[in-house]
Design a protein around this ligand. Structure first.
Ligand code: IPM
Ligand code: MG
Length: 368
């Protein structure tokens, strides 16, 4: 059997630095666990724009379509702010999501015990937190037409369109219900059915899919604004949250912060099953390119390493090795290793990106 292919797209800002640490981890699993993965690397975002004049070349798109999984670092930076919208670094990421049809974005928000003190919320509110936001990723206001900036009379008008078909809602609802069955069996669906027709349809379709196919799962509904409030008030009431593209973008950043650091959270974007039965998949940290700290060894590589752990679990049939990697990270944190983002108000001495990577490798060695 030939080794599966992982296409690595480090991207911009801190992307290349954190990806260098992931590469060490991938090599470790190859050398010490016999887990052969054929790693390829290519450009995305501003890095691709600098070379090709576009944030994702057709050739890279094709490599992504043919890979068993894609692992992306981050895209964007101030250098590209003035670019036309159509070639902005973010468009590279959006093209990957859209053309690979990665409609279900899984964003876990898990609070590591060692970091419960660093959340901006009280420790008892976040300790042991383990929820997943399932964000619809290929439709809604991110892609709806018409869109643009037009001129009406003597002023400009910015237009975006929220649009969901029932098929788009049903398939992401199924992903959420399936995931809930493997967890605590509860789904909370969030929309704004009180003001948006797309929210009314969202609530109807989620309920229909539930009643017809997943009556064993506990389903509740919440307006997304109330959901944001409840996430801050008592996040442990949730298990799986399913929501649309834009609300999911906002709610997942809020949920991420509950856990103490955005630098800790991975994500998986999954599409329909491929010939090998596993879903098309793109893995990426929830954090962005953090241009303010890029190149200074301050970035936390854990979110990207945990994204690779999700790849091990969902794409490479290596759930046990994923757990080994997650436990190694828990150990590293319990032992007190802290990149700057993980230092609480009382401060302390931070370690560098590379040192964090080395600590993870040492913990993996210790796991054997
Ligand atoms: C995210 C990011 C992206 C989004 C940007 C970079 C296009 O914020 O993955 O959450 O808005 O989806
Ligand atoms: Mg976001």
């Amino acid at each position: 059997m030939t080794a599966p292919t992982l296409l690595i797209l480090p991207g911009d800002g801190i992307g290349p630095e954190v990806m260098a640490e992931v590469r060490k981890v991938i090599s470790w699993f190859g050398n010490r666990r016999g887990l052969a993965i054929n790693v390829e690397e290519d450009l995305v975002g501003g890095a691709a724009y600098d070379v090709h004049g576009v944030p994702l070349s057709d050739a890279t798109m094709e490599r992504a379509q043919n890979a068993d999984a894609v692992l992306l670092g981050a895209v964007g930076g101030p250098k590209y702010d003035a670019l036309d919208f159509s070639v902005k670094p973010e468009r590279g990421l959006l093209r990957l999501r859209k053309e690979m049809d990665l409609f279900a974005n899984l964003r876990p928000a898990q609070c590591f015990d060692a970091l419960a003190d660093f959340s901006s919320l009280k420790k008892e509110v976040v300790a042991g937190l383990d929820i997943v936001i399932v964000r619809e990723l290929t439709s809604g206001i991110y892609f709806g037409e018409p869109r643009g900036i037009i001129t009406e009379g003597n002023e400009r008008v910015g237009i975006n369109t929220q649009r969901y078909t029932e098929g788009e809602i049903a398939r992401v609802a199924r992903s959420a219900f399936e995931l809930a069955r493997r967890r605590s069996n509860r789904v909370c669906s969030m929309e704004k059915a009180n003001v948006m027709e797309s929210g009314v349809l969202w609530r109807q379709v989620v309920t229909e899919v539930h009643d017809a196919e997943y009556p064993d799962v506990e389903l509740s509904h919440m307006y997304a604004d109330a959901g944001a409030m409840q996430l801050c008030r008592w996040p442990k009431q949730f298990d799986v949250i399913v929501t649309d593209n834009l609300f999911g973008d906002l709610l997942s950043d809020a949920a991420a912060m509950l856990t103490g650091s955005l630098g800790m959270l991975p994500s998986a974007s999954l599409g329909a099953p491929m010939a090998n039965g596993r879903p098309k998949a793109l893995y990426e940290p929830v954090h962005g390119s953090a241009p303010d700290i890029a190149g200074q060894g301050k970035a936390n590589p854990i979110a990207c390493v945990l994204s690779f752990a999700m790849a091990l679990r969902y794409s490479f049939d290596a759930g046990d090795e994923a757990t080994r990697l997650e436990q190694a990270i828990e150990k590293v944190l319990a032992d007190g290793a802290r990149t700057p983002d993980l230092l609480g108000p009382e401060g302390g001495t931070p370690i560098t990106t590379v040192q964090m990577g080395d600590a993870i490798i040492a913990a993996l060695d210790a796991s054997l």
